[in-house]
Write a protein that binds this ligand. Structure first.
Ligand code: HEM
Length: 373
């Protein structure tokens, strides 16, 4: 069931604080500090955050037939199918032993035909391709309400880049204990999870959320991707043994896709009123009892090699996901989303250039003023 009366987006729902440009510049600087350190340390340049991939797979998105008008919007306006790339990650900017157990990420890149640019007002990525991306984590709300609040957390994290991995593993074990205690008494702490207190669960069993809103045609909402095939659902909350393998999460994903196909649903939660479904407070969970997530498309991924030298080069090193690679019908909304636009561009420009990606010069020329180097 959709929200019975989803509300239409109104421009006055977005409010830009006077100092937002300054906050965003400081966020980019903190992210660049992380990336500059890791670029020195690793053979290739990696993302400022979500640096470690746990598998990259290719499949198809099929928009569902007979969606009601409120759901048949933007990409989901009519039944169609599109190629999709899915990248699973965890959130630190350095490549850590998986026993430092942190929130899981999923980025979707739904490839659009070239005429989407004229028909749907889509912006090309720095690599020149047109896509609708959904960039998600496995929680329904963000850890901070605003970019300014997030900046404090990020500055702390930036200071821990590349510092004593053994200590992070030990801290992660302590935090997991703390987190499971907190969960037993009925709440959970995003901050503890993001520092290493996430349970050591299989990444493929998770449900992922955009956490923050985007336009949904005339309406606005959040998007999720939920496992629906029995093989994926059996992995929900399933522990992965990471004892002997620092890359155990990737090994588990590769093992799954060597034997299995998989299916997820793409779902949308439409906003039903201004108070309970705010745009400018990213830390507020929107009530599913008032407006549940409902399916609008299905992703199918056939059995395949989920990690290869080819995807490592073409997608891990030389491709970028961003919520701002989108149709105008799905423009990201709110402060956290606004700050992500230049932050993702800066991280990608640095990566593409340091990794000698084929389109790096064109990417650098596109918007040289935002390069932090
Ligand atoms: C709703 C909140 C957020 C979610 C769900 C999220 C999720 C993700 C995910 C999954 C990735 C990996 C994308 C990939 O696989 O390539 C990523 C990358 C990244 N995120 Fe976020 N993120 C959020 C907020 C932010 C914020 C507030 C910032 C900074 C202002 C930020 C900066 C970045 C950067 C710089 C990258 C790397 C981009 C690249 O080099 O490709 N994120 N994020």
């Amino acid at each position: 069931m959709t929200a019975l009366h989803p509300i239409r987006f109104q421009p006055d729902m977005e409010v830009v604080p006077e100092d937002e440009a300054q906050t965003t510049a400081e966020l980019i600087e903190a992210l660049h500090t992380i990336q500059a350190i890791t670029t020195e340390d690793y053979p290739t340049a990696v993302r400022s955050v979500h640096a470690k991939s746990h598998g990259i797979v290719k499949g198809t998105v099929q928009v569902l037939d007979n969606l009601p008008p409120q759901l048949a919007q933007g990409l989901f306006a009519k039944p169609a199918h599109y190629p999709v790339v899915m990248r699973f990650s965890t959130n630190p900017g350095d490549i850590l032993d998986d026993r430092v157990s942190t929130p899981r990420g999923l980025a979707l890149k739904i490839m659009l035909p070239d005429d989407a640019a004229t028909e749907g007002g889509v912006a090309a990525g720095l690599d020149g391709t047109f896509s609708q991306d959904f960039v998600m984590q496995n929680a329904p709300k963000f850890t901070a309400p605003t970019p300014k609040a997030f900046l404090g957390n990020l500055k702390l994290l930036a200071k821990t880049t590349d510092k004593a991995e053994g200590l992070k593993v030990a801290l992660s074990a302590v935090l997991r204990g703390t987190e499971s205690l907190i969960e037993k008494v009925g709440s959970e702490s995003g901050a503890i999870k993001s520092m290493g207190g996430h349970p050591m669960t299989h990444v493929l069993g998770e449900t992922f959320y955009t956490m923050v809103p985007l336009l949904y045609g005339e309406y606005y909402g959040k998007v999720s991707v939920a496992p629906v095939s029995p093989g994926l659902q059996s992995l929900t909350d399933q522990a992965v043994s990471l004892k002997d393998n620092p890359d155990g999460l990737r090994a588990a994903v590769v093992a799954f896709f060597s034997q299995n196909d998989a299916e997820w649903e793409i779902r949308v939660q439409l906003a039903a009123d201004r108070e309970q479904f705010p745009i400018e407070d990213a830390s507020q969970e929107w009530p599913e009892s008032v407006s549940p997530y409902v399916a609008v498309a299905r992703i199918t991924v056939p059995k395949q090699d989920a990690w290869s030298a080819e995807v490592e080069r073409s997608i891990d090193q030389c491709s970028g996901f961003s919520p701002w690679h989108c149709l105008s019908a799905h423009r990201p909304l709110g402060g956290i989303m606004r700050s992500r636009k230049p932050a993702y561009e800066a991280s990608q420009r640095h990566r593409f250039s340091a990794n000698g990606c084929p389109f790096a010069a064109a990417a650098a020329a596109k918007n040289p003023t935002q390069t932090p180097d």
